[in-house]
Design a protein around this ligand. Structure first.
Ligand SMILES: O=c1nc[nH]c2c1ncn2[C@H]1C[C@H](O)[C@@H](COP(=O)(O)OP(=O)(O)OP(=O)(O)O)O1
Ligand SMILES: [Mg+2]
Length: 209
């Protein structure tokens, strides 16, 4: 049987501020005492896996071992049908690390432009369907593990729109909506996103009595 979280401390094993904000909001109703990998000064492990599950587990395990606490990690990405599912697990890598005013960061506009450029090469009638995937992994220091997967389907839209969210949110229009994720308020994104889908499964298993 899958081990369950108690309401004690949980490390949120991400170095992405946008994800941390979303995960904290999604966990807020469950009385979990969250502490981020950043706050604990945990190193960012190299994501050597070739699947979302492998990378989510690798990040959760590294944090659980280093902190001696249960840890929750998120590995996610955008897959584009016409690009054979790329960038997928390499979504963050496509936004090569750049330095802005002395701070390391990622250039999301460059990455979104790269996807758009590849789609344009296929002509104006190109299939713009895509999906976001999110895998959440919990690892306990004693070795127990749990994994939950979520997905949301949509369209890769150009030009980028909106200022909310993070990463590729300005180019992702979820099916059934006309706005990009970056134009949709956080509470609404939390009702439909890939992360919310994975969270529903996590909550059903972890926080059911
Ligand atoms: O809701 C989302 N809205 C927009 N973009 C998103 C979303 N969810 C994932 N994404 C993109 C950006 C993220 O950087 C990449 C996943 O890469 P991924 O390695 O899982 O995350 P990361 O390196 O940014 O943070 P960390 O590994 O420390 O959790 O896919
Ligand atoms: Mg990463």
């Amino acid at each position: 049987m899958t081990r369950k979280l108690d309401r004690g401390r949980l490390v949120i094993a991400t170095h992405n501020a946008g994800k941390l904000r979303e995960i904290s909001a999604l966990l807020a109703p469950y009385g979990v005492d969250c502490v981020s990998a950043e706050e604990l000064g945990l190193p960012e492990p190299e994501e050597t896996g070739t699947t979302f599950v492998e990378n989510a587990l690798l990040k959760a395990r590294a944090a659980a071992q280093a902190a001696g606490l249960p840890a929750l990690a998120d590995d996610s990405g955008l897959s584009v049908t016409a690009l054979g599912g790329r960038p997928g697990v390499y979504t963050a890598d496509w936004a090569e690390r750049q330095w802005f005013e002395g701070e390391p960061g990622r250039d999301w506009y460059m990455a979104m432009g790269k996807v758009e450029g590849l789609l344009c090469q296929q002509g104006p009638e190109v299939d713009r369907s895509c999906w976001f995937s999110c895998t959440l992994a919990i690892a306990w220091p004693e070795g127990d593990e749990a994994v939950y997967e979520g997905r949301v389907d949509g369209t890769f839209s150009w030009p980028p729109r909106g200022t909310m969210g993070f990463g590729y949110d300005p180019v992702f229009v979820p099916n059934g909506r006309s706005e990009a994720f970056a134009q949709i308020a956080p509470e609404e994104k939390h009702a439909i996103s890939h992360r919310a889908d994975a969270f529903r499964k996590l909550v059903a298993e972890q926080f059911s009595d």
